[in-house]
Design a protein around this ligand. Sequence first.
Ligand SMILES: C[S@@+](CC[C@H](N)C(=O)[O-])C[C@H]1O[C@@H](n2cnc3c(N)ncnc32)[C@H](O)[C@@H]1O
Length: 315
Amino acid sequence: MTRAKKKTKKPGSILLSRHRGLRADGPSVVASRALSNTSSLSSKVGRTLIRNHHTLQKRLSQALSKNDTESANSIRAEIEANGGIERYQQASVCGQDSQRGGDSSKVLIDWLREAIRSSPNKKITNKRLPLLEVGALSPDNACSRSNLFDVTRIDLNSRNPSIETQDFMDRPIPTTDGERFEIISLSLVLNYVSLPAARGEMLERTTEFLRHTSLEGEEEEQQQGSRVTELFPSLFLVLPAPCVTNSRYLDEKRLEEMMGNLGYRLARRKHSAKLIYQLWQHVGKIQSSGRQREFSKKEEVNPGRTRNNFAILFR
Ligand SMILES: C[S@@+](CC[C@H](N)C(=O)[O-])C[C@H]1O[C@@H](n2cnc3c(N)ncnc32)[C@H](O)[C@@H]1O
């Protein structure tokens, strides 16, 4: 006799069915059930949480830009009811799970190791490169484990003692090279920023944190046509692919022009179905070119009803 199998719901399936039926009580129902029911999140629930958090952050930024304190307070309360940034970060950690694309910093390590392998002079590899990881969720991603970097980690909300709680936009501008970095990692952080002009500000700010003096052995390397030195100083930028491949206001060409105005040149790129990974070498001086205001207004580069509105603007 075959016994009827008892149907077990996957974690989060209740949450999703609840979510579909939501009305005025909003996504907070999803969050509170998620908070009490699951320690790890199913990918669908995680994606819903991430999307809701981004939407609420955007509404908050818009309310704040209009000095609408009442709306801002009520949106803040809604963010908290959804589990706040902690729940968002947990969903992001689950999103790093290897089944869902894995830790994005592996791509940076692959590029670097490949450059080191093909480089005639290995001297540069004996020293750890100072790396600033903005939006660090954990101290043990591929970058941290590689022994290639001396990592400084910051996040709006630290989840670990070796991550400093700091908004990159408030980090003091370095005055000496000792405070600057060879690499800045901005992985899935720019799309967290809600307003297009604030994204431009963040990109512009990265240039102030990059070191332009030669590394030990670098001049010798350059003479020998090293593939390692051509990667530094640089910005490792990771974005959800649709931000660049399906936006009304941004495509790869436009991003390259914007980055070019900041003194960046594209050194490496890789696409997956979900993410776009880019390594931008900063070839300008510490300051950017000043031409970034060419991109102060949204321009439609990809018309169409199914596009998203992701944009980057410069003031
Ligand atoms: C989606 S998570 C990405 C984490 C990780 N870098 C990755 O690639 O999976 C975005 C993180 O960026 C952080 N973040 C966003 N804006 C930031 C800022 N201005 N300064 C520091 N951290 C920021 C958020 O707190 C959040 O933990």
